[in-house]
Design a protein around this ligand. Structure first.
Ligand SMILES: NC(=O)c1ccc[n+]([C@@H]2O[C@H](COP(=O)([O-])OP(=O)(O)OC[C@H]3O[C@@H](n4cnc5c(N)ncnc54)[C@H](OP(=O)(O)O)[C@@H]3O)[C@@H](O)[C@H]2O)c1
Length: 254
């Protein structure tokens, strides 16, 4: 099939642009005052479940997968990403000029808020995360670290939100984001962060791209960490394909 279009595997089998698929998620809808934002995770895994090959996810992708991620970034108010992923994937240039222009035309800031967590405020160096040195990129890090731990000086706009150690860091971060008007969050992983997100009740939708690869090895699956007392149950919402990649949209069954 080629290109960036996604073919629906249910119903009419229509081919859709990533932009239409993302529009169908309704990320711009308002959420109740005081509630946490809608949270959609986008992940990719090999058929045998590995979330990385040689420490990165880039080899798993497809043009349609990259188009989907770009559209999700354009639509979301905030991007939530773990510090392990920021460094492993050397995050940089999340949006291009056309995407920024579209956001501005919608009356929104040109760049989504980039949100990360660091319990002790031990962020990777800007050398490993070029995004940390991009002027005009708003970054907020939620931490348990007290005022005695100084915030690093970055080229990007860094805000540090210090939370008390008694609260769950991720769930509290989401409530704080909701309070400042963030309606939608795109979670880009990695596996440690995604497991925390599920555990702390913060995930609404999972977009999982299955990449036609078998990798073996010891790379994590899309969730990493201690087993849950009860597995979270999902409900299938939609399925698309592009060439041999399959795009699964699950919602959390409530
Ligand atoms: N296939 C995919 O779709 C995909 C997507 C993203 C990443 N990846 C791959 O995944 C790997 C990186 O993922 P990763 O799992 O190592 O790291 P990660 O999930 O990106 O980062 C872990 C984050 O969780 C925080 N954290 C850890 N324990 C926590 C807790 N109990 N409460 C709150 N926050 C906590 C960490 O901060 P502190 O430890 O500082 O507190 C850190 O910010 C790379 O190989 C990357 O290529 C794959």
């Amino acid at each position: 099939m080629g290109g960036e279009a996604l073919q629906r595997l249910e119903g009419d089998g229509a081919r859709r642009a990533a932009r239409d698929l993302v529009a169908g998620l309704g990320l711009g809808a308002s959420v109740a005052v005081g509630a946490r934002p809608r949270v959609v995770a986008d992940m990719v895994a090999t058929v045998d479940g590995r979330a990385a090959v040689q420490g990165r996810s880039v080899a798993l992708g497809h043009p349609a997968d990259r188009a989907l991620l770009r559209e999700l970034r354009t639509a979301a108010d905030a991007i939530l990403v773990g510090s392990g992923t920021l460094a492993a994937e050397r995050y940089a240039n999340l949006l291009d000029d056309e995407q920024r222009a579209r956001r501005v035309a919608d009356g929104r800031p040109p760049h989504p808020l980039v949100v990360t967590l660091s319990r002790e405020l031990t962020l990777p160096l800007a050398l490993d995360v070029p995004l940390f040195d991009e002027p005009g990129v708003p970054i907020v890090v939620f931490t348990y670290a007290g005022e005695d731990v100084a915030a690093p000086v970055l080229g990007a706009e860094l805000e540090v939100v210090r939370l008390p150690a008694e609260v769950p860091l991720l769930a509290s971060a989401l409530v704080a984001l909701g309070a400042r008007g963030v309606r939608s969050v795109l979670c880009e992983g990695g596996p440690t962060l995604l497991a925390r997100l599920v555990l702390e009740g913060g995930l609404d939708d999972l977009l999982l791209t299955v990449s036609p690869l078998l990798a073996a090895g010891d790379a994590p699956t899309i969730l990493d960490g201690a087993p849950f007392a009860e597995p979270a149950r999902l409900a299938l919402r939609d399925v698309h394909r592009a060439d041999d990649h399959v795009f699964l949209h699950y919602g959390l069954a409530r």
